[in-house]
Design a protein around this ligand. Structure first.
Ligand code: HPA
Length: 277
């Protein structure tokens, strides 16, 4: 058995000893959606710090716990707070929660984040269904492969599952919530980008830029967890306006968009669950 899998199994054992719940959908919530988990029908809570070997986040405003419960009757596990590569954690730690949620029994991973709008047609407060991604951070699969979870050279042609995307698209339409659709690029952060970097990523085909998600989506695909993702465009990327970017602005727009985002996530989860085999 690989060392990495041994570590995961230890975390899983901690979970199993404390929690009797099998989620169908796993959610990782980005800036602004942190309180979403507080509004669902909760069945149990597990603090990250109570899981042996589990990475704990250092970012202010990010809580660190799994919330287990129900969204419209759908069994979910929600990560309230995630760890980022820019905090200094190795990629293995950054994606460990994704793998753990796979072991918990989740079939679908729903990723959300706050991102900078690179596409000139985007506005702060827009939502973007992630159609595909560019990962400019190191692959989380570098190093010993966890054969128990997936193959050494996994396919990435359908990272954001086509069928699940169409469910979210239809859900947004039914709710009358406008939804952009585009490519998310993950850079390492923690600095925001320079205007030249934003021009570069636009040339590369990115529509939104952020510091998370792509690595988690790779790990999810590797272990056979179907993935879907939505970005909240919290700001226009650097250089589109000449206003300097601040974390406060990102947080503020994400908070303002949160009620609509919550609605979209709730209804999407309910509809996605109908497609779980
Ligand atoms: N760049 C990178 N990450 C981000 C941004 C941005 O403009 N906004 C929110 N997260």
């Amino acid at each position: 058995m690989s060392k990495r899998y041994e570590r995961l199994e230890k975390c899983y054992k901690c979970f199993k000893e404390k929690i009797d719940f099998t989620p169908d959908v796993a959610l990782i919530l980005g800036s602004g959606l942190g309180d979403y988990a507080d509004s669902i029908e909760q069945a149990a809570v597990l603090d990250y710090k109570d899981i042996e070997g589990f990475p704990v986040s250092t970012v202010a405003g990010h809580k660190g716990r799994f919330v287990f419960g129900y969204i419209g009757g759908v069994k979910v596990v929600i990560m309230q707070g995630r760890v980022h590569y820019y905090e200094g954690y190795p990629m293995e730690d950054v994606v460990l929660p994704v793998r753990l949620m796979k072991l918990m029994g989740a079939k679908v991973l729903f990723l959300t984040n706050a991102a900078g709008g690179v596409n000139f047609n985007y506005h702060a407060g827009d939502f973007m269904l992630i159609s595909d991604q560019i990962c400019m951070a190191p692959s989380p699969l570098i190093g010993e492969n966890i054969d128990e979870l997936g193959v050494r050279f996994p396919d990435m042609s359908n990272i954001y599952d086509k069928e699940l995307r169409s469910v979210v698209r239809d859900t947004a339409k039914a709710l009358n919530i406008p939804l952009q659709e585009g490519v998310y690029i993950q850079l390492t952060g923690p600095n925001y980008e320079s205007p030249a970097e934003i021009r570069m990523v636009r040339t590369l085909g990115a529509d939104a830029v952020g510091m998370s998600t792509a690595c988690e989506a790779i790990a999810a695909n590797h272990c056979g967890l179907k993935t879907v993702g939505i970005s909240c465009i919290s700001n226009l990327a650097c250089g589109i306006t000449d206003k300097p970017l601040t974390h406060a602005e990102v947080q503020e727009t994400a908070d303002r968009a949160a009620p609509l985002f919550r609605q979209l996530v709730t209804e999407s989860v309910i509809n996605l669950a109908k497609h779980i085999k």
